[in-house]
Design a protein around this ligand. Structure first.
Ligand code: ATP
Length: 440
């Protein structure tokens, strides 16, 4: 059942232009994905909703956009060069490769339903495998020119801590937020866009006085949970799981995963961590720069502690798509509908002339033009209205407006709601306000 839903979703994503396999005409590049015309709108909407909630609508958070390639010392100091490893084992028989810490939940690729090693193949001892992608800067490929593609966006924020403090009027508690690509040479990639080697992250480092760290950790844990619920994820499909002591990264004092119930089980969607003063302290020691904060009121100096909510854009898109996917029966036919939150839907409104003649096409195009600058709208004049509705339902368009003969007389159009199927008439001059209200 679970794999059937994933198969349907993957097929829909390809059929309607949400997500394609990378380099498909050359047989594809495993674990890399391209977002098509609809996927790119969905992804932008997810990022936009995050940025608005985390940066624009707050007084205490500013944004940043750092380079992907950074000084190699950054990754030595952060501990990634020595410690960003996953233990890997190989099956000597079928040559498949697995993460040693995920063996109980992995499957032998040759014999369905069997765990790795149950296929009579012997597993090798675990070996540590560093997940960072290495490349070379400049024309000479020697070790002095080696640089890494960042495996997380957070380090760009830490090394700019002083720049931001010196150039803005922030003071703890405050945050620096960033969205951008990250790269991890994952041993196993899985479940469509859930785990890939190139992905996008949205991370925020929130710098606080040490004594306030527990309070802010609790705050962000809940804030991030509420963000997903506000965008349509049901409370039955989202949970907060606190890490046990032995699961915590060496630098973190507390961590909670926001887990989503994907068709393939409960999996991490986002992590919220109390990273202590680990990163700023290490960068301060290694760079020789003072990364402390001087508090004018108490006349004391300290290294801020950091609370970090970190989420993958691709994993969030997948969660929203899984949540939205529905099949129901309308007028005796099975309908596939993506019940995406209007804020996230690639198109906000489908615009259909009832017929192409009698000036209705021109009128519909005119209405499309009047909305295009502010909203993503989709004009469709092909086929029966019912079929046009179905096409929009399948891509998650929350509303469709039909332009008919009455529109010529009184300027009203019929609005049809994707989820309730209810219809009502609205004056064309009120369409923009209607969409603004629904997508707020
Ligand atoms: P996992 O345990 O699933 O490997 P992680 O705990 O290593 O994830 P973090 O380092 O906390 O992940 O990264 C923050 C977020 O970035 C994750 O919650 C996830 O949404 C996203 N992310 C991490 N690795 C990947 C990946 N390989 N593909 C897609 N998204 C990822």
């Amino acid at each position: 059942m679970a794999s059937e839903i994933m198969e349907k979703l993957v097929a829909l994503c390809k059929r309607r232009g949400f997500i394609f396999q990378s380099s498909e005409i050359y047989g594809g590049l495993k674990s890399c994905w391209d977002f098509g015309p609809l996927g790119v709108e969905l992804k932008r909407n997810v990022k936009e909703a995050w940025w608005k909630s985390m940066v624009r609508s707050r007084r205490d958070v500013v944004g940043i956009d750092c380079s992907i390639l950074m000084h190699p010392q950054v990754w030595i100091t952060s501990g990634h060069v020595a410690g960003f490893n996953d233990p890997m084992v190989d099956c000597k028989l079928c040559k498949a490769r697995f993460r040693a810490d995920k063996l109980p939940e992995s499957e032998c690729p040759k014999e369905k339903g069997k765990r790795p090693g149950e296929c009579k193949g012997e597993l090798t001892e675990p070996r540590q495998f560093n997940l960072m992608f290495k490349t070379f800067m400049g024309p000479v490929e020697d070790s002095g020119a080696a640089v890494y593609l960042r495996p997380e966006t957070a380090q760009g924020i830490f090394v700019n801590f002083k720049n931001v403090c010196d150039t803005t009027r922030v003071k703890p508690p405050f945050g620096i937020a960033q969205q951008g690509k990250s790269f991890r040479n994952e041993i196993v990639t899985e479940n469509f866009i859930f785990r890939s080697r190139e992905f996008e992250q949205m991370e925020m480092e929130y710098f606080v006085p040490p004594a306030e760290a527990d309070t802010w950790y609790a705050y962000w844990r809940q804030f991030r949970y509420d963000w997903f619920i506000g965008l349509g994820i049901s409370t039955e499909h989202l949970r907060l799981r606190d890490h046990a002591e032995d699961e915590l990264a060496h630098y973190s004092k507390a961590c909670a995963d926001l887990e989503y119930l994907y068709p393939f089980g409960w999996k991490e969607l986002e992590g919220v961590a109390n990273r202590t003063d680990f990163d700023l302290k290490r960068h301060s020691e290694a760079s020789g720069r003072d990364l402390t904060w001087f508090d004018e009121e108490s006349k004391s100096r300290y290294i801020p502690w950091v609370i970090e909510p970190a989420v993958g854009v691709d994993r969030a898109c997948l969660a929203f798509l899984c949540e939205a996917y529905h099949e129901d029966v309308v007028e005796g036919e099975t309908r596939v509908v993506l019940k995406l939150h209007p804020k996230l839907a690639p198109y906000k409104l489908g615009i259909f002339p009832l017929v192409k003649k009698d000036g209705l096409r021109e009128l519909a195009l005119e209405i499309e033009d009047s909305l295009k600058a502010d909203f993503t709208v989709y004009y469709d004049e092909g086929g029966a209205i019912g079929r046009r509705y179905r096409r929009q339902d399948e891509i998650g368009t929350p509303f469709c407006a039909t332009i008919d003969h009455q529109t010529k007389e009184d300027g009203t159009v019929t609005i049809r709601d994707r989820d309730t199927l209810a219809q009502h008439r609205v004056h064309r001059s009120a369409l923009a306000d209607f969409l603004r209200e629904k997508t707020r």
